[in-house]
Design a protein around this ligand. Sequence first.
Ligand code: 1CP
Length: 333
Amino acid sequence: MTPIQKCVKEKDTKINPIWIMRQAGRYLPEFREIRVKNPDFIKLCLNENLSSEITLQPINRFDFDAAIIFSDILMLPYGLGQEVKFEKGLGPKLGELNINKLEKINKDKFSRKLDPVYKSIYKTSSSPILKNKDLIGFVGAPWTILVYMINKMSPKNSLSKKIFEDKLFIKKLIALIVKFLKIHVENQVKAGASVIQIFDSWAGLLEENIFEYIYEPTLDLVNHVKRLGVPVICFPRGINDYKSFCEEVKPDMVNIDYNIDPKKIINEIKIPVQGGLDPKVLLTNKENLNIEVIKYLQIFKDHPYVFNLGHGILPETKIEMVEELVKIVRDFK
Ligand code: 1CP
């Protein structure tokens, strides 16, 4: 059994597997080297050899317990035929959203468009360096994908709440997104992903309709992953109430964000937990890192816990701080 599977299925508290969100990314010089030669981000994700190589870069360097496939949550709208571009400094830019066109996309066409992602998973999963490690496949949660598809850019840049007024349209689009997320997840598991993580990066935007837009569609997707026989981790970033999220959606594991008090979580949540550490702590110094990391490890010492951050690692993070982080986690217990 792989480390995360052990944590989920056996509720093993003796080990704290470690991996970090965005572990294959711009803080790694070897990633930057490939990235400058490949300015088109989507094309890079669709290059199965490079995507596989990038996926393994952080494993080669830090011996993490899990790899996460180098891809993006926005490959879903791309697979549905909506244009997706990444502009330097601006983040993603999506093209026109035409629901009539989207409704004409069938399963085969979608899967063919994303086939390099599945080939990359297949190739990576058979790599000897991943023996006894997890290979995590992932998707964005229905709500977060909907936000990007409708807003056509990161809500960080600008967001008009007005775009969520047409409830009928939203319901229709969410149903379509869920249908294709299920196909995307299924293809990833068939290709060799041993765990699925669902990123709901913009769950915190929603103040009402949480049941309809977050809990219900995510539960539908979570049940689908469970039927495929692999553990499913949810990351509802920024949501106020992790307790009711876990009770309603019932993931196998929940990733907490860095604004959440881990002491509150340990009293409220029975399922295995992942993450929490503020990625900014990695920008401070080793003494402070030690204090903050030990805090999480102590709080979760009798709880199945996968060490991770409370959001993605920042590009300016120093390699030696990541090395120190792995050492602290491995030396504990
Ligand atoms: O070089 C670059 O500029 C590319 C940066 C980059 C990378 C390395 C993007 C653009 N995506 C990725 C890969 C990626 N994205 C991975 C796999 C690699 C790994 O984790 O090691 C994963 C799991 C994601 C997930 C992802 N993409 C999320 C969910 C997690 C989160 O950060 O909240 C989201 C929201 C995206 C969209 C996205 N992709 C990239 C950008 C700049 C954004 C927009 C973020 C925003 O709205 O601010």
